[in-house]
Design a binder for this molecule. Structure first.
Ligand SMILES: NC(=O)c1ccc[n+]([C@@H]2O[C@H](COP(=O)([O-])OP(=O)(O)OC[C@H]3O[C@@H](n4cnc5c(N)ncnc54)[C@H](O)[C@@H]3O)[C@@H](O)[C@H]2O)c1
Length: 383
């Protein structure tokens, strides 16, 4: 009999619904050690709870998350709320002994992230990870495994980007994600940054110094009730870092953009070395490109970028045909599979969700980027 894990969602907005929908596809996973059951939902806005009526296992709908913390029947909370609320809700969840799949940026700033990490360290019965789904695309996994194999040789450079264009429309009304008091001083880095740092940090590529190029392109937007309001968050950020290996350093660039014309949720990873290279973009979600120098029939050697189709399989096997293609909701399912398998001690050496320490480290990187941008010079991370 598969073990049942009871899950509650706090925040029934965009991501709360995405996670709820992904949980309904659990039978697609083969031999997963647990079966999660979505039993409870919390949102301070009661109408937001109505959507969850279509999920028969949801038996509790509340408007105060504290009501869920004392419920012994709930094992795991997925919390998807505004960034200024992360610290309180995450720390309370952890201190109640519940496991937590948190949303990025894992606290609005470095001090909030530190408080959450401290709570997690003091309450080891609470298994805590932070959401970041793009590395769970099969093509991203091919790229990660390629790098881990050592096929790059000496690394020349690496890049990870997450790109949007939704804010190109200057008539788009303001929302909490575009206001520093709710989103955080780090702006777009808080919004999109963990997606670009999860893979580099997991590969051990922590930059020791950063040069930040930040842009606040649209400075006010229509307010929901008429008039205009300050839009005081960074729209675009490009971070140039240096990663130290034992005998050399290489540049690592991450780009986080809300205003990149034409882009819709494009996550890209590229790593180049003297002996090999690999590229993946969710723009062509099946394709992974691999670089090599090959012997050419008839003589000589040539540099070649070749491509392969990644298929459907990622971290946890599914019933989906291996030749079928994968998408955003598949990556969400794989992220949940990794989270709950790791909580059971069953993930092994497979790729997992971002740890509290990795998520907190991103805040030190964003702080360095802001200091660098203001000073116009390279600064030490954590300095
Ligand atoms: N992983 C991803 O790809 C991804 C994508 C978008 C957003 N996010 C993250 O998810 C989180 C939520 O973003 P969203 O887009 O779902 O936001 P959203 O605004 O669509 O939804 C947030 C919901 O939280 C509710 N809420 C507010 N305060 C609450 C409280 N105290 N208790 C319970 N519910 C409360 C709101 O009423 C709303 O329904 C943020 O941290 C954001 O950065 C992650």
């Amino acid at each position: 009999m598969t073990k049942i894990v009871n899950v509650a969602i706090v925040g029934g907005g965009l991501m709360g619904r995405e996670i709820a929908a992904a949980l309904q596809r659990w039978p697609a996973l083969i031999n997963h050690p647990v079966h999660p059951q979505l039993t409870a939902v919390c949102d301070i806005n009661p109408p937001a709870l109505d959507w969850f009526d279509q999920i028969p296992t949801v038996t509790r709908k509340v408007t105060d998350y504290a009501d869920l913390l004392g419920d012994d029947a709930i094992d795991v909370l997925y919390v998807a709320v505004r960034h200024d609320l992360h610290r309180q809700l995450y720390v309370d969840t952890i201190q109640a002994g519940k496991s937590l799949l948190a949303e990025k940026p894992f606290g609005i700033d470095a001090s909030a992230a530190a408080a959450i990490v401290a709570a997690a360290s003091a309450n080891p019965q609470s298994f805590v990870r932070c959401a970041s789904e793009f590395p769970f695309f099969p093509g991203a996994q091919v790229a990660v495994n390629y790098v881990r194999s050592g096929a790059l040789g000496r690394i020349i450079e690496a890049r990870c980007s997450f790109l949007h264009a939704s804010d190109l429309d200057v008539g788009k009304p303001i929302n909490w994600k575009r206001q520093a008091r709710y989103c955080g001083e780090a702006g777009v880095m808080n919004d999109l940054g963990l997606h670009t740092w999860h893979v580099p940090l997991r590969l051990g590529w922590t930059p020791d110094r950063i040069f930040g190029v930040l842009q606040d392109i649209v400075t006010e937007r229509p307010a929901p009730n008429g008039g205009r309001e300050r839009c005081d968050t960074w729209d675009n950020a490009v971070l140039h870092g240096w990663v130290n290996k034992e005998s050399y350093s290489f540049p690592l660039t991450t780009a986080m953009k809300r205003i990149d014309p034409g882009e819709k949720n494009t996550w890209e990873f590229e790593a180049l070395g003297l002996e090999g290279g690999v590229r993946f973009s969710t723009k062509n979600p099946k394709r992974v490109e691999v670089f090599s120098v090959v012997d050419v029939p008839g003589g000589g050697r040539e540099q070649v970028w070749s491509s392969l189709d990644a298929g459907s399989q990622s971290v946890w096997p599914t019933v989906t045909g291996p030749n079928f293609e994968s998408g955003f909701s598949d990556a969400i399912l794989q992220m949940l599979a990794a989270f709950l398998a790791e909580r059971e001690g069953a993930l092994g050496d497979r790729f997992g969700c971002a740890t509290p320490e990795e998520a907190a480290l991103t805040h030190a990187i964003y702080d360095a980027a802001i200091r660098s941008h203001e000073a116009g010079e390279v600064v030490q991370v954590g300095g």
